[in-house]
Design a protein. Structure first.
Ligand code: GAP
Length: 445
């Protein structure tokens, strides 16, 4: 029997991950002492490390290791003209319906049955749908009202389009080349939910790749393939990730072709990243609205043209959650008498790469353990933990995915060696302290 996505979905994993995130300080509701704040989340001491690793890996692949992509960090606040030109003021809307019986609000296009309220179960109580714009609007300076409106960007992409001319000129790149950016975006989602999957404040990792028009289709295929490979290279299960091409009715107002990288979340297949062939829509719109020509003159062919754009657009916070879910494992030990939770994260994504664990709190061990921490922490993110017994400390590190634990024991005082324990195999090896940096560098490259 061929299994459907719903058969394979694992709803119980969702609560497990939310609880783990809360318990271990990975992600927790924002302003919780005031009861939380409308689906916003804070990233705690461990979450901030992992989120940073996800973004670093994206930047390493998309900018650092490429000769044809440069970076950008554009402003979050932007004037209405940008969103007028991009089409967001007119088109970035969701259809909103209110239930007249219970007052709950829903996105009409996400209802299982367009007649039935999922909150109270009443049929036929919805208002007519209203188009609700998802952008957050505020005002700049002390005066409110027309002429002072500003928007929090709902995507990082427009920063790359409005700066196309300056970046191209300054970097002396010629198409095909890309501009990449990681940063916060804001959408007044009607129905945020599924933990950090859909929030009103989130982080995006987007790259706009500007190409000669005739090469657009080829580059679109190239980026679909590259982006799938990124997730696989970082250890995502191949049977839980897929590329799905959008049907004509799903395409955004700017897109002539889009494919989603989808992950099998606990509730079923859902979007991780979109790769879109945006044509010349964005540069043409901003040229027309601003009066500044955003095009490229190719000296080799003596031709002036508006580059087409291929855009891989991913969510950093959503991607981190997918990697967390994918890495979660409960392993039976000692013929089922014992068990452990282990996050089998790729070592580049793990919050800590190394944990230094003195066997006891005795000052002579703390002294050497401090030395080991100083020796290793310049190259790797290190935790230092001297509380509770060593077995419990190993479990705590397994639960947050630390690839290597380094234990300093009483023999260390004699032989200047430490015990290194590997997370997945739990194999232990004795390593001389002066060999430790090389040992770890080889395995954490
Ligand atoms: N520039 C194109 C663009 O923004 P998108 O599909 O709307 O495309 C790209 O967003 C990615 O940003 C999504 O695939 C998703 O990972 C992430 N994203 C979008 N809305 C989000 C939200 N409300 N919460 C968390 N992540 C979100």
């Amino acid at each position: 029997m061929v299994k459907s996505a719903a058969d394979e979905a694992t709803p119980e994993l969702f609560d497990t991950i939310v609880n783990l995130c809360k318990r271990r300080g990975i992600v927790f509701p924002s302003a919780e002492i005031y009861g939380g704040f409308r689906s916003t989340y804070d990233y705690g001491p461990i979450g901030v490390l992992m989120l940073r690793n996800v973004k670093n890996e994206w930047w390493r692949t998309m900018v650092q290791r490429r000769r044809d992509v440069v970076g950008l960090d554009a402003a979050i606040l932007s004037p209405p003209q940008v969103w007028e030109a991009s089409g967001h003021l007119a088109n970035f809307t969701d259809p909103l319906v209110d239930c007249k019986n219970c007052g709950s609000r829903h996105r009409e296009d996400k209802l299982d049955d367009p007649e039935v309220c999922p909150t109270c179960g009443e049929r036929g109580q919805f208002t007519e749908p209203r188009q609700f714009n998802l952008m957050f609007k505020t005002h700049a300076g002390p005066v409110e009202g027309s002429g002072h409106e500003v928007y929090l960007r709902p995507e990082t992409a427009q920063g790359m389009f409005v700066n196309f001319g300056s970046v191209q000129y300054a970097s002396r790149k010629k198409p095909p080349f890309g501009i990449a950016q990681i940063g916060k975006s804001f959408r007044n989602e009607i129905t945020p939910g599924n933990f950090v999957f859909r929030t009103r404040e989130f982080e995006q990792m987007e790259m706009e790749f500007f190409v000669p028009p005739a090469e657009a289709e080829e580059w679109y295929g190239y980026w679909c393939e590259q982006r799938m490979q990124w997730y696989l290279d970082l250890g995502m299960s191949p049977d839980k990730i897929r590329l799905r091409a959008h049907g004509a009715d799903e395409l955004s107002h700017y897109s002539s072709g889009t494919s989603d990288v989808e992950y099998l979340f606990p509730w079923g297949w859902d979007e991780l990243e979109g790769i879109a062939n945006r044509g010349d829509f964005d540069l043409t719109q901003h040229s027309n609205h601003s009066g500044n020509k955003l095009d490229y003159f190719d000296q080799a062919t003596n031709e002036r043209y508006t580059p087409h754009v291929i855009e891989p657009a991913a969510g950093a916070t959503r991607t981190m959650m997918a990697f967390l879910m994918d890495a979660y494992d409960e392993e039976e030990l000692n013929d089922g008498k014992d068990s452990r939770v282990v996050l089998r994260l790729h070592h580049r994504l793990a919050p800590y790469q190394v944990a230094v664990l003195p066997l006891s709190k005795k000052p002579e061990l703390s002294g050497v353990a401090g030395e080991v921490f100083d020796l290793v922490s310049g190259a790797h993110m290190c935790d230092y933990d001297e509380t509770q017994n060593i077995g419990k400390r190993y479990r705590r590190q397994d639960e947050i995915g630390t690839p290597f634990c380094v234990t300093v024991d009483f023999d260390t005082l004699e032989d200047r060696a430490v015990t290194v324990r590997e997370r997945d195999s739990m194999a232990q090896e004795r390593v001389a302290i002066d060999q430790l940096p090389g040992y770890l560098a080889e395995r954490l490259a």
